[in-house]
Design a protein around this ligand. Structure first.
Ligand code: GLU
Length: 310
């Protein structure tokens, strides 16, 4: 049975773009009779806001999304991350890195140039000669994963065949942050494994991360889930939805009396699942879900002109 997941990050409020991605995860999983796990991605302290955890759960419920089993939190998975870190270090696949951003920028000739899907140029391997356990001095350090010099490929449900050489295009990346916590790349891989997730639906800004996560997964012998990277919502200026575009928090619409069905209908319409933007309950649209209707391009909107209070 398919098992999908919802993985909100409580670093701020859930907004329209998050809502659309959550709805795709919900519909695509329920459409095939699958189960859905909810996990709170709360590892990214100090950016995590405690209020945003409860609010993300309330926002999902308000949208009419339901999930199976108890809610998991990354901060409850730390011992599992440590097992993976130990396994990686025993195979000399991670090393301590003492570089600051400035150290790295001084070595890279064009530090602000972006490469693979907007990623920064690969880390120039300044510390790659170190091994786990080497203590250079008492400066803070992260641990980087030695990216594989080999093409990794996968079939994305939305984007088709994707390929990348992680060593060449992305470079070595942190799997343990300076705070000592597992980084996002390692954590989500272990979380999904622990929660039995075999279908990951998330924003198309995470394609490069998928190659990193598949690279670690191969080394740890963990099977990778299937992936669907869905289009993002942007402002009319083409930039990622942010405060500059006005308030797009689900809580803001709720306070203004906008009905959740209006937002669900808008999401379904902009995803090509219904012909007109009419109010709908999330559960009513499960049977309408069809991957082949979904657009692959990001959607540019003026959020201020979108919804009237009901
Ligand atoms: N927590 C991430 C987010 O809200 C998603 C992580 C993932 O899909 O791997 O963007």
């Amino acid at each position: 049975m398919t098992r999908g997941r919802l993985a909100p990050s409580p670093t701020g409020a859930q907004h329209l773009g998050n809502a659309r991605t959550h709805l795709v995860a919900y519909w695509s999983t329920r459409h095939v009779g699958g189960e859905l796990a909810l996990r709170i991605d709360d590892l990214d302290s100090p950016r995590v806001k405690t209020w945003a955890i409860d609010q993300a759960i309330e926002d999902l419920r308000w949208l009419g999304i339901d999930w199976d089993s108890t809610i998991a939190k990354q901060t409850d998975h730390r011992e599992h991350y440590q097992v993976a870190i130990d396994q990686l270090h025993q195979s000399n696949l991670i090393y301590p890195c003492y570089c600051s951003r400035k150290d790295i920028e001084e070595v890279i000739s064009a530090p602000h140039e972006t490469r693979f899907r907007g990623e920064l140029p690969p880390y120039p391997k300044i510390c790659a000669g170190y091994r786990y356990g080497d203590t250079i001095d008492d400066r803070e350090h992260c641990f980087r994963f030695r990216a594989r010099d080999e093409i990794i490929e996968f079939d994305d449900q939305m984007l088709g065949r994707q390929a990348c050489n992680p060593a060449f295009e992305l470079g070595d990346f942190p799997v343990v942050s300076r705070s000592g916590d597992a980084s996002y790349q390692l954590a989500v891989l272990i979380d999904d494994q622990l929660q039995g997730v075999d279908q990951v639906v998330r924003g198309n800004d995470l394609v490069a991360s998928t190659f990193r996560q598949m690279d670690i997964a191969k080394r740890l012998g963990i099977p990778s889930p299937t992936y669907a990277h869905v289009p993002l919502i942007r402002g009319l200026d083409g930039r990622r939805l942010a405060k500059r575009h006005g308030d797009t928090r689900l809580g803001y619409y709720r306070e203004r009396g906008v009905r959740p069905e209006t937002i669900v209908g808008w999401a379904a319409f902009t995803l090509g699942l219904i012909d007109t933007p009419e109010d709908c309950k999330a559960s009513e649209l499960t049977s309408h879900f069809d991957w082949s209707c979904l657009p692959t391009d990001d959607l540019c909107i003026d959020p201020q002109s979108l919804f009237d209070a009901g």
